[in-house]
Design a protein around this ligand. Structure first.
Ligand code: NAP
Length: 263
């Protein structure tokens, strides 16, 4: 079995590539890290503080014969991007003797879940800092490491197109992320780097609400397929964008919501 997986990795479509997936200790990021590693990429598994969770993702990848290492850095605080790239570059250098980063997935994010009347300036600033400002400066910094033909994938949200007043501030930050996609896609075309957004709908990230059958049935109703998304449903779309098959797609928003936006 281990041998089979190992063989699979050597022939994977991302063999020889390196990837950073922010927020990959759990949820969509974790599934994305596992999927990219399965395609052969060496993956930097990032989270803010929970080293155990990140190491668990790394262990899962290694058990399948893949390659990964964990990187800790809290985003949304001063010095965040510096901290992240210090650890990332160290990890890449140790394993590849270089600091080339082929694939950047901006996935780490926080939700609001607060009525519009209750949003405080502090909460708003925090959402902007983690979901919009950090990804911008991560892209800016990563461009010193991303070679021609690289990939930038930003995890947006269906809430940029589907109104939910409880998430107005969060959705504003994801709208900002789609702007990051649009303008950097143009900027990086000459380097054959593609930049795209992926917009999940409601996706089972393992939080307790997904253990509640009534809540799940209600959430499932938003998708034309009448189920909630699984993290692998989104990770598979990210993996597609990361590969050569997606070379002609840039500046796009890929709806990965199971038809939630169809109304
Ligand atoms: P999740 O399960 O809540 O996991 C979030 C990940 O991001 C964790 O690894 C977390 O690590 C990391 N993270 C959060 N804040 C961070 C910070 N300040 N600094 C560093 N790392 C941080 O998330 P998810 O539900 O999979 O969502 C992933 C992405 O998809 C997010 O951008 C989210 O907005 C988007 N999305 C999710 C859904 C959904 O239904 N799940 C729908 C649409 C869009 P730590 O625990 O160490 O902080």
């Amino acid at each position: 079995m281990a041998h089979h997986h190992h063989h699979h990795h050597r022939s994977g479509k991302l063999t020889g590539k390196t990837a950073l997936v922010t927020g990959s200790s759990r949820g969509i990021g974790r599934a994305t890290a596992i999927r990219l590693a399965r395609e052969g990429a060496l993956v930097a598994v990032h989270c803010s503080r929970n080293r155990e969770a990140a190491d668990e993702t790394v262990a899962t990848i290694e058990k399948e014969g893949g390659r990964a290492f964990s990187v800790l850095a809290e985003l949304g605080v001063p010095g965040d991007v510096h901290e992240l790239f210090l650890a990332l570059e160290r990890g890449l250098k140790e394993r590849t003797d270089a600091t080339t980063l082929d694939i950047l997935v901006n996935n780490a994010g926080v939700m609001g879940g607060v009525a519009p009347e209750e949003v405080t300036p502090e909460l708003f600033d925090r959402l902007v800092a983690v979901n919009a400002k950090a990804p911008f400066f991560i892209v800016q910094r990563a461009l010193t490491l991303i070679p021609d033909g690289g990939r930038i994938i930003n995890i947006s949200s269906g809430l940029t197109r589907f109104a939910n007043p409880q998430e107005v501030a969060y959705a504003m930050t994801k709208g900002a992320m789609d702007q990051l996609t649009l303008h950097f896609a143009k900027h990086l075309g000459s380097r054959n780097i593609t930049v795209n957004s992926v917009g999940p709908g409601i996706t089972n990230n393992g939080t307790p609400v997904f253990d509640n059958p009534e809540a799940v049935a209600q959430m499932a109703g938003y998708s034309v397929f009448n189920r909630v998304g699984e993290v692998t449903d989104v990770a598979d779309v990210v993996a597609f964008l990361a590969g050569d098959d997606a070379r002609w797609i840039t500046g796009s928003y890929l709806d990965a919501s199971g038809g939630t936006l169809l109304g």
